[in-house]
Write a protein that binds this ligand. Structure first.
Ligand SMILES: [Zn+2]
Length: 309
């Protein structure tokens, strides 16, 4: 109860979190997850809409259809608050047909998660510029929906060449690269690849979600504050906000957990100093305290434009 009052106090007394309308571009739903509680957290925190991804475990995305069909049920109940991105396994030769059918049924974007590179997963990894994927991008172009890709560029150079090929070839499709294009949570923190891609291609965007890596992200941001702040201000028209929460059957993920997790995310961007409300540490971290106009774009305007809302 004390925790509950603390958290609600944080939300309603510290109106910084409520002042900005938000659209999240990247949250996950897996069947069995408590989406109702997440929707309540959205209502409380002024998150107007969220993109829910039905992707399953990478790299080959095994039971995404279960998650996707549940999301279509939820959309009937919660309407416009839920935005569904459809998915498939990139190595599936019928991927484009499935993607097209689900867009016709109401999906508003596409997500692929199949490029997690490691020795163990390498046999599952299809090329980004394969014949299958070309057909998928053609569908994206036909319906003018964005394509969200999670790619570890730094694990294998060929992905960067392949991605640049498709970004050029499908210049009228908007591509969103997840998690700062996977540039920051590795050994070396650098935004130079993000800068390169965002400067060169008008149809390339990034989301700044950190998901399970949030604890590490907080420290990385603190130690590289100017680098992040300058980057986000410079590319304010090409950055999209999301928390990358996986709504699954983990019992700790209840309403309060969602609210705390999202507040922590917002604190990094909005506060000069903040405490870690999720892991309840007393320590203060340095945040980015981004300008209001930049926050408005990152939280809302950019997503609204890219989703054509
Ligand atoms: Zn994710």
């Amino acid at each position: 109860m004390k925790d509950f009052l603390n958290v609600l106090g944080k939300v309603f007394l510290d109106t910084d979190f409520l002042n900005f309308k938000k659209i999240s571009i990247h949250e996950h739903y897996r069947s069995g997850g408590n989406i109702e509680s997440f929707i309540w957290a959205m209502r409380i925190l002024n998150i107007e809409k969220a993109v829910f991804l039905p992707t399953d475990w990478p790299p080959y995305n095994p039971i995404f259809k279960n998650h996707l069909y549940r999301l279509f049920d939820f959309k009937k109940k919660f309407g416009e608050r839920i935005i569904i991105f459809t998915t498939c396994y990139s190595g599936d030769t019928t991927a484009a047909e499935f993607i097209e059918e689900t867009i016709k049924n109401g999906a508003q974007g596409i997500k692929f998660i199949d490029w997690f590179y490691s020795e163990k997963t390498k046999n599952f990894i299809a090329d980004i510029n394969s014949e299958n994927m070309y057909k998928v991008y053609e569908v994206a172009n036909k319906y003018q929906v964005p394509v969200l890709l999670h790619i570890d560029f730094h694990k294998n150079n060929k992905f960067l060449n392949q991605f640049e090929e498709i970004a050029k070839k499908f210049s009228t499709v908007n591509f969103i690269l997840a998690h700062y294009a996977s540039c920051i949570l590795d050994e070396k923190v650098s935004l130079s690849l993000c800068e390169y891609l965002l400067s060169k291609y008008s149809n390339v965007f990034i989301d700044i979600s950190s998901g399970y890596g949030i604890k590490k992200y907080m420290t990385i941001v603190e130690f590289n504050k100017d680098m992040f702040r300058n980057f986000l201000i410079k590319f304010q028209d090409k950055i999209l906000w999301a928390a990358d929460i996986v709504i699954d059957d983990d019992p700790q993920k209840n309403f309060l957990w969602f609210v705390k997790r999202i507040i922590l995310d917002l604190s990094i961007l909005q506060k000069e100093y903040y405490q870690d409300i999720l892991f309840a540490s007393k320590e203060y971290y340095e945040g980015l305290a981004l300008p209001v106009d930049v926050l408005k774009k990152i939280y809302y305007n950019n997503a609204k434009a890219i989703l054509k809302l």
